[in-house]
Design a protein around this ligand. Structure first.
Ligand code: EZ4
Ligand code: CO
Length: 409
């Protein structure tokens, strides 16, 4: 089953997406997601200028061989751009294989291990009242687990707070990247955050009771000892997980955090390969793998890292923001349905414009996601609709402390 064409599309229905379309001699088409928020054109060039020609004439059935070929032949391995490009090829080939077999991809990965994938939604607010309203709205939508992010007194703009006007004057609803040529500057104060956050979780538990699983994202902003302190101070509120409490580069940091707290730890949305998880899983320093198919080299390595994690009772919690396109999202739903050590899936609904370009067949019902049973990944890419949403320059914000020092965002 020879590949005859590999095309790259950059489109911006509400936000930017990079999509690879692979066509075979027999007319089967597969799509893959290569979106790297804020660096879209770099990965589009990587695919167009360096990968597309390598695919022509290759057998689309040889997914593992193609993955290994792209990974090893580039010599300069890993990194978000390379791995997102490889991810798109991997997804497109799984999509094609599913269509050739007339089966959804999860069937090719071993079949369903559960009926549906429990998901968590994102509640946020500038004050307690707004946060409670947001939690109630999410419960009404069917979410059974909820991530809680709030404003912090004294800080103007905080990651993850949807209803809050940001420094840019815009609102974070589904996309924190601001349009324009330069990233927006935001502010940060870890001590204020560490004082405030436990009071928020206390209020949420008092209002909503002990049962509902609650999550929180620290977004890489703490030092190890600050993260340890936060984990400890949140213990009474029984979090499902504390995410990205320290920067992702330093695996050792979590050893220190782990020594101090029983709050479950999730990390890995910015990780590219299984090696980033090697010590974390083996030493049981984390509880959830936050990798995203799109930034981790695709379906093949995501399945592998989860099989490795299974030996250590570490579960999945794949990254599912709206900057993962519906294609990347579907890819990880198929993996999540098939693996035994599924944990939870982050879910943030894509906009109507996004859903016009990417016609999804996945469902969200009573708090559970399902990738659907269409052959392949189950997502149709509408090229004509994509053309009406050209790329728009957009970048994620960044933080500075009160004295002007750049800080993790
Ligand atoms: O900030 O995907 O858990 N989710 C997150 C995301 C990331 C965005 C960056 O593009 O941390 O919202
Ligand atoms: Co996160």
């Amino acid at each position: 089953m020879k590949i005859i064409k590999a095309e790259v599309f950059v489109t911006s229905p509400s936000r930017n997406f990079v999509t690879l379309k692979v066509t075979t001699e027999s007319g089967l088409v597969g799509i893959g997601d290569a979106t790297v928020n804020g660096r879209e054109l770099a990965v589009a060039s990587y695919l167009k200028d360096h990968v597309a020609q390598l695919l022509i004439g290759k057998d689309a059935h040889r997914i593992e061989d193609t993955w290994q070929f792209l990974y090893r032949s580039s010599y300069w391995r890993r990194g978000p751009i390379t791995m997102a490009a490889i991810a798109a090829v991997d997804m497109a080939l799984w999509d094609i294989k599913g269509k050739a077999a007339n089966m959804p991809v999860y069937q090719l990965l071993g079949g369903a291990s559960r009926n549906g994938l429990r998901a968590y939604g994102h509640a946020s607010g500038t004050d307690t009242e707004q946060l409670f309203d947001s939690i109630r709205e999410h419960l009404e939508l069917g979410y059974k687990s909820i991530r809680v992010q709030t404003a912090v007194p004294g800080i103007k703009a905080v990651y993850g707070v949807a209803a809050q006007t940001q420094a840019s004057g815009e609102r974070y609803d589904y996309e924190p990247a601001g349009r324009g040529a330069f990233p927006q500057e935001e502010d940060w104060d870890t001590r204020a955050y560490l004082r405030h956050l436990p009071t928020v979780f206390e209020a949420v538990r008092n209002e909503f009771g002990p049962e509902i699983p609650l999550l929180h994202d620290g977004h890489h902003r703490m030092t190890p000892i600050q993260a340890a302190k936060l984990g400890k101070s949140l213990e009474p509120y029984d979090l499902f997980w504390l995410e990205d409490c320290t920067p992702g580069e330093n695996q050792e940091a979590l050893r220190l955090v782990r020594q101090h707290t029983t709050t479950p730890i999730a990390i890995g949305e910015v990780f590219n390969t299984i090696y980033d998880f090697q010590s974390l899983i083996k030493e049981q320093l984390i509880d959830y793998v936050r990798a995203a198919s799109t930034h981790f080299g695709g379906i093949s390595p995501l399945k592998k890292v989860m099989d490795y994690a299974a030996q250590y009772q570490v579960k999945s919690g794949f990254h599912g923001p709206t900057d993962i396109s519906p294609v990347g999202f579907a890819a990880q739903l198929h993996v999540g349905l098939a693996i035994h050590n599924y944990g939870i899936q982050e879910y943030m609904q894509h906009s109507d414009a996004t859903n016009t370009v990417f016609e999804q067949s996945m469902t969200f019902k009573d708090g559970y996601l399902h990738p659907g049973d269409k052959p392949g990944l189950g997502v149709e890419f509408n090229e004509e609709a994509a053309l009406s949403y050209p790329y728009q320059q957009a970048y994620l914000p960044y933080n500075r402390l009160i004295d002007g020092t750049v800080h993790d965002w």
